[in-house]
Design a protein around this ligand. Structure first.
Ligand code: FES
Ligand SMILES: [Fe+2]
Length: 397
């Protein structure tokens, strides 16, 4: 986010905090339980949102240097992301072209990938290097077996996207991200250091993950003994940037900026949680002085998901920065796993029981509304129904 935009946002926050107001959606939204628990809708979401649109799977510092790699499970496809000899991020299906064994696990650094099954050796460019002890047994096979299956990959502004089906990943990323790309470029993610990751699985629909971050309304009650004392949780800025929903939530430290002489005021980043929600499953957060990157994927249908957090910190890092960065991974993970995620699981269970026909998202939860409307629009669903702007409780036709 550049200086001019920060300055504008600071003024909007000043007005909200002094008037005790927040950004509002023009309408509240009725959300039927099926939006979360329907397997038919889920199948459509997988095809349209996870396979036919670019997914933000990693950040540049995940694979900063030649040979750095990271394996990542995208729905049912395992991929290996790797930095090749030309410095480009590449994505391959994590499967040997001999008989399909997985080539890599976790993350690390390699000059080449040696298949654990029969030791075929693959270069960072995906080309076969050697088939040891094969007695020319594969001489008849054509050139398709000399190259790993490649997945379309595009890197920009410190973010790495993949596309499982279709083409023109660059055009699609630009269309989805809109002006958020220049906002995010300003964070200079490329030059940050990868710190650590956490992962868990939950018994709930994957969409509940972003729901927990798409409003600050819950911070007072749900996090009253943890993060609530640090936030002004009832005044949040929300804007739509193409398919990205951007939230800026002020911490109480923002008072320090307001106390400066007027000519020196103009920053929001050091005092706010700044989130970019990208449907269906990714969130990038600039948190005061570092970046948190979250992804969620459905597992085996609408009722279970996997959540991954990775943390990045500006360089250079001294011992104190290392200590603070590691502390932050644990802190954010503890609050979300102990306070937010149990709510997601409980809500899913209520909806799946059939006893709760629908939910309502309020006008003071605009990011929640926009995130879900982005999903509904993409899959052509008319399940989400805006209430009238007058507060009439009859849904609009
Ligand atoms: S499956 Fe990889 S070498 Fe056989
Ligand atoms: Fe929360």
């Amino acid at each position: 986010m550049d200086a001019r935009k920060q300055s504008e946002m600071l003024e909007r926050l000043r007005a909200h905090l002094s008037n005790k107001t927040t950004d509002l959606s023009p309408y509240a939204l009725k959300v039927p339980a099926e939006h979360y628990v329907s397997e038919d809708q889920f199948a459509l979401e997988v095809e349209v949102l996870f396979k036919q649109r670019p997914l933000l799977v990693a950040l540049t510092p995940h694979i900063a240097n030649e040979g750095d790699y990271l394996t990542h499970e995208v729905i049912d496809t395992s991929i290996v992301l790797v930095r090749d000899g030309d410095g480009a991020a590449r994505a391959y299906v994590n499967a040997c072209r001999h008989r399909g064994a997985r080539l890599a696990e976790g993350r690390g650094k390699k000059l080449s990938f040696s298949c654990p099954f029969h030791a075929w050796n693959w270069g960072l460019d995906g080309r076969i290097i050697a088939r040891p002890n094969s007695h020319e047994g594969f001489a008849q096979a054509d050139a398709r077996y000399d190259q790993l299956l490649e997945v379309m990959c595009y890197e920009t502004a410190g973010m790495i996207f993949v596309l499982l089906e279709g083409d023109d990943i660059e055009g699609k990323v630009k269309e989805l991200m809109g002006s958020s790309l220049s906002d995010i470029a300003n964070f200079d993610i490329e030059s940050m250091q990868y710190i650590d990751s956490r992962e868990t699985e939950l018994d709930c629909n994957y969409k509940f993950f972003l729901d927990g971050f798409a409003e600050t309304y819950h911070i007072g009650p749900l996090h009253k003994n943890t993060i609530s004392p640090y936030y002004y949780s009832n005044s949040t800025l929300v804007e739509r940037m193409a398919d990205v929903v951007h939230l800026v939530s002020p911490r109480k430290t923002i008072d320090k900026e307001f106390e400066k002489p007027p000519a020196e005021q103009g920053s929001v980043l050091p005092y706010c949680t700044t989130e970019y929600l990208l449907a269906p499953n990714a969130m990038l957060t600039y948190q005061v002085d570092h970046v948190q990157f979250w992804r969620t994927y459905p597992i085996d249908g609408a009722n279970r998901c996997r959540i991954e957090l990775s943390l990045f910190w500006p360089k250079p890092m001294d011992a104190e920065a290392q200590r603070k960065a590691r502390l932050n991974v644990d802190l954010v993970w503890d609050v979300t796993t102990q306070e937010d995620f149990p709510q997601s699981v409980a809500i899913h269970r209520n909806l799946a029981s059939g006893a709760v026909p629908d939910l309502v998202f309020g006008r003071n939860e605009p990011a929640l509304i926009y995130y879900h409307q982005n999903i509904a629009t993409a899959i052509g669903s008319d399940r989400l129904i805006p209430f009238t702007e007058l507060g009439d409780d009859k849904p609009q036709p």
